[in-house]
Write a protein that binds this ligand. Structure first.
Ligand code: SF4
Ligand code: SF4
Length: 425
C-alpha cells in the first residue's frame, strides 16, 4: 500500500475543526499531537524535511487511531491512514518490539495461539484472580510492568472450539443461515458474547455456521504498522471465506473493530492488487456488525417487544469508534436494547474510550489511562448500573478504567443483555 503523504498533508486547510475532539490532543494539548500537526509532519517527512528518528516515532505512536478527526474534518482527510502508513515506515526502520512480534506471530498461527491461550488459562489462577461474570482477571498482587491492571480472562477452550461447526436451528427451506466471525476478543476472552449470539440466533430459528479456520482480521497488526502480518491474514481469510460465502446469507461480527477492518480496511489495504480487491468486495457485501444485521434483517426487535420485559437495571451505551464513526452503526444497538432496557445516554457516547491498540495498551498506557478516566467520569454521571458496547477492545479498556477508579458499573456486551432478556422469557 503506497500512501501519498504529501497529497493528504497539502489538502489540510489548517481550519483546526478537528482539534478540540482529538483524543490525544484532549489529554496532551500540543499542536504536534493533533490531526493538523500529524498531517504537517507526514508532509514534511515525504518532502525529506523530517527524519523518522526516535522522537518522530514517539509522536506518531501517540495517535489513538480513533478516526474522530476523519469524521469531523470537512474533507474527511484520512489522518488515521496516514498514521498507519508512517508507522509502517517506522517499523521498517526500527523494527517491532519483541512482545508485539510474538503476539503477531500467534495471530498468524492459530493452532499455536489456541494452545498458548489454553496453557495460559491453566496457570493464570496462580497470579490472577478470575472474575467469571466480568470475564476478566486481576493480578493478585502488584506485578512488574502491569501493576494491578484488569485484563480479559483467558479461557481453556475458545468460543470456536466450544461449539459444533454447523448449528441447525430450523429445518425450513426459507430459514436464514449466517456465518459468525467471532474476532479474537470474543473467541479467546469474552466468550459469553458468542454464546449469547448463538442463543439469539436459536430463538430466531436462524441456522449458524462457525467457520473454524477463521483468523484474526489483522487490525492489531495494521495499527502497529506490521503490514506483512496484515497481508498474510487478509489473504488467508479471503481464501477461507470464499469456501463458504455462497452458502450463507451473511457473515455477522459482534466486534466493531473486526467488522470495520474487514468492511473498510481489507479492500483499501489490497488496492494495488486488483484481483484481491474484486474478491474482497464480494465478501464485504455480506459482512455486517451483528446488531446491524439482527436489527435490519431479522424479527429480533419484534421478539424483544413481544416478551414485554423491562429490566430493573438501567444501562448506558458507549459507541465504539469503529462502529459509529467508521461503519455508522449506532442506532441499531440502541433500538434493540431500548426494547427492554432504560438507556441513560452519557454526555458524549461517541468519545473514544482510549483503547488505542497494542502500543497504546503497552508502551503508551499512561495516555490510554487518561482517556479512559474521562470516559469513566461520563459513565458514572449517568447513574447507570451497566455500560455496554459492541466491542471487545472497548470492554477491555472500560473494565480496567472502571476498576481503577473504583466505579461500580458492570460491562456487558449488547448481545449478552439481549440474550438475558430472551432467557427470561
Ligand atoms: S485518530 Fe483520533 S487521536 Fe489520532 S489524530 Fe485523529 S482524533 Fe486524534
Ligand atoms: S479538520 Fe481537516 S482540514 Fe481542518 S485542520 Fe483538521 S485535518 Fe486539516
Amino acid at each position: 500500500m503506497n500512501f501519498d503523504f504529501t497529497k493528504t498533508s497539502d489538502a489540510c486547510v489548517k481550519c483546526g475543526k478537528c482539534i478540540p475532539s482529538c483524543t490525544i490532543h484532549q489529554i496532551n494539548a500540543d499542536e504536534v499531537t493533533s490531526p493538523r500537526g500529524f498531517l504537517e509532519l507526514v508532509g514534511a517527512y515525504q518532502r525529506g524535511e523530517l527524519e523518522l528518528d526516535k522522537n518522530a516515532k514517539e509522536i506518531f505512536e501517540k495517535c489513538f487511531l480513533c478516526t474522530t478527526c476523519v469524521s469531523i474534518c470537512p474533507t474527511s482527510l484520512p489522518t488515521d491512514i496516514a498514521i498507519e502508513n508512517i508507522r509502517h515506515d517506522i517499523a521498517k526502520k526500527f523494527g517491532i518490539t519483541w512482545f508485539k512480534r510474538v503476539y503477531f506471530f500467534l495471530l498468524r498461527h492459530k493452532k499455536i495461539m489456541d494452545f498458548s491461550i489454553s496453557l495460559g488459562a491453566f496457570f493464570i489462577p496462580l497470579l490472577f484472580k478470575v472474575d467469571k461474570n466480568a470475564q476478566s482477571m486481576k493480578p493478585r498482587f502488584n506485578l512488574p510492568f502491569v501493576g494491578k491492571r484488569v485484563f480479559p480472562r483467558l479461557n481453556k477452550k475458545s468460543f470456536l472450539n466450544s461449539h459444533d461447526e454447523f448449528i441447525q436451528n430450523s429445518s425450513s427451506d426459507d430459514a436464514l443461515k449466517v456465518a459468525v466471525f467471532a474476532g479474537c476478543f470474543s473467541n479467546y476472552h469474552y466468550t459469553k458474547t458468542g454464546d449469547s449470539l448463538l442463543k439469539i440466533l436459536k430463538a430466531l430459528q436462524i441456522n449458524v455456521m462457525l467457520p473454524k479456520k477463521q483468523r484474526c482480521c489483522g487490525a492489531p497488526a495494521l495499527f502497529t504498522g506490521d503490514f506483512k502480518t496484515v497481508d498474510k491474514l487478509i489473504r488467508t481469510n479471503v481464501d477461507y471465506f470464499e469456501t463458504f460465502l455462497d452458502e450463507v446469507d451473511a457473515v455477522i461480527i459482534p466486534e466493531a473493530t473486526c467488522a470495520a477492518m474487514i468492511k473498510e480496511d481489507w479492500e483499501r489495504f489490497m488496492c494495488e492488487d486488483k484481483e484481491m480487491s474484486v474478491r474482497i468486495k464480494k465478501i464485504t457485501g455480506k459482512v455486517f456488525m451483528a446488531s446491524e444485521w439482527l436489527y435490519k434483517k431479522t424479527k429480533l426487535l419484534e421478539l424483544l417487544n413481544s416478551v414485554n420485559i423491562k429490566a430493573k437495571e438501567s444501562i448506558t451505551y458507549h459507541d465504539p469508534c469503529h462502529a459509529r464513526k467508521v461503519l455508522k452503526v449506532f442506532k441499531e444497538p440502541r433500538a434493540l436494547l431500548g426494547a427492554n432496557y432504560d438507556i441513560k445516554e452519557m454526555s458524549d457516547p461517541a468519545q473514544c474510550c482510549g483503547f488505542g491498540g497494542v502500543t497504546m495498551q503497552s508502551e503508551k498506557f499512561k495516555f490510554s489511562q487518561k482517556a479512559g478516566g474521562t470516559k469513566v467520569q461520563m459513565i458514572e454521571k449517568t447513574d447507570a448500573k451497566i455500560v455496554s458496547a459492541e466491542c471487545g477492545a472497548c470492554r477491555m479498556q472500560l473494565t480496567n478504567a472502571l476498576d481503577q477508579k473504583s466505579v461500580k458499573v458492570a460491562f456487558k456486551h449488547p448481545l449478552e443483555l439481549i440474550a438475558e432478556v430472551i432467557n427470561q422469557e
